[in-house]
Design a protein around this ligand. Structure first.
Ligand SMILES: [Zn+2]
Length: 392
């Protein structure tokens, strides 16, 4: 009898303490299937299905968008079905929470069964991504590339460009990394804009919101796709990294766009623009790049070309270190002009003179020598040899 009482007390303790998550309930939770379906622009539908032996009184859905501090909670709808089978769902409308395009959504369920037991179903996650395309994917290390179309190699091309851009940016920006990194390559700018608009956003001044945390680029023409991506990936990654370093910073426009263009490498058309402006004495004063970036398209193009050219002069004369310092100083909120003097110990006027000197076309004889140096050397050499032979 005594043993019976002890056994009963034991059972009571186990059941009592195990109310929150009982072993049977836990095993049941693992048998259930939790999944979600995205309808981009509209929302996400969450489903919980599978066998359950207890009587379910309520199913609640918990979800967290991105790194939001508090979860969104909602009561799921239970579908009548076969006995012993649970079928619950919840449709989350886009407007019900702040649901940016390409956001990661973590979700889990809590089931309440008769007798006040609650069980938590293991957490799962889904990306609220544009579902209008059959995305191809390539995931290697911490970089995943999504693209459309028939080119099987485009993902690898983009992946390689990402790695190259990371190296370039490691040298010229304060240290950070956007990791993991998701890259979406849209087949056209129209498709990209339509996607963002469906999700309540848009492309502004040729840029997507860096707060989305993903790279959104386009490859319109299969023949020139690699060249397009070599420009757009480092550019977009620069904005993403600067945003990650200090999300609230408002950087001097010439610095931010200049460094994004610098990361994408040389651009002959832009160099030509600067050369023409220098030759015609029509360059924009550096102070204007700091304070009042032109709106008029031609002037804005020149301002961008001058910005990247200025950064290249700073890089050539003071090294990558100076570019990193300039970045740190601007990210800390220092003004355009003070940032320049603190980093380079030069006034704006001094810097302008240095920059203009670096742009000055080389004298005609130097150009001739650089272009024809080898031939000249050969000709002079042959004459010398001839002279030596003739002497004998
Ligand atoms: Zn930009």
């Amino acid at each position: 009898m005594k043993q019976w009482i002890l056994w009963l007390v034991g059972v009571w303790l186990v059941v009592g303490w195990g109310t929150a998550v009982s072993p049977t309930a836990l095993a049941q939770a693992n048998d259930l299937t939790s999944r979600a379906e995205v309808t981009f622009g509209q929302g996400i539908t969450f489903y919980l299905t599978g066998p359950i032996s207890s009587t379910v009184e309520q199913v609640e859905l918990f979800l967290v968008v991105g790194d939001s501090p508090t979860p969104f909670t909602a009561k799921a709808t239970m579908m009548p079905g076969e006995p012993g089978q649970l079928s619950a769902s919840y449709h989350l409308e886009r407007e019900m929470v702040t649901l940016p395009p390409f956001a990661e959504v973590r979700y889990w369920w809590v089931i309440s069964t008769a007798g006040g037991q609650t069980t938590q179903v293991p957490e799962a996650s889904i990306t609220y991504r544009d579902d209008r395309f059959a995305w191809r994917t390539l995931a290697v290390e911490d970089v995943t590339v999504y693209w459309t179309g028939n080119d099987e190699t485009l993902g690898q091309t983009a992946w390689d460009i990402v790695q190259g851009s990371r190296q370039t940016l490691d040298a010229i920006l304060p240290p950070t990394a956007v990791s993991p990194l998701n890259v979406y390559i849209y087949p056209s700018t129209g498709d990209l804009r339509a996607g963002l608009r469906l999700a309540g956003q848009d492309v502004v001044d040729g840029h997507t919101d860096p707060d989305l945390g993903v790279l959104l680029v386009t490859a319109v023409n299969p023949v020139t796709a690699a060249a397009e991506l070599r420009q757009s990936i480092p550019h977009a990654l620069t904005h993403l990294r600067l945003h990650q370093l200090e999300p609230t910073a408002v950087l001097p426009y010439w610095y931010e766009e200049g460094i994004a263009l610098l990361s994408a490498g040389l651009d002959a058309a832009r160099d030509e623009l600067v050369a023409t402006a220098v030759a015609n004495n029509e360059t924009l004063p550096l102070l204007q790049l700091c304070t009042n970036f032109p709106q008029e398209p031609d002037q804005a193009d020149l301002a961008l070309a001058q910005s990247v050219s200025l950064l290249r002069t700073i890089q050539a004369q003071f090294g990558d270190q100076a570019l990193r310092q300039l970045g740190s100083i601007y990210l800390s909120g220092t003004s355009c002009e003070v940032g320049l003097t603190q980093t380079l110990d030069m006034s704006l006027v001094d810097l302008e003179v240095t920059w203009l000197d670096a742009q000055a076309p080389q004298p005609a004889w130097l150009t001739f020598l650089t272009e024809n140096g080898l031939w000249l050397l050969l000709v002079v050499g042959s004459f010398g040899l001839l002279a030596l032979i003739l002497r004998r």
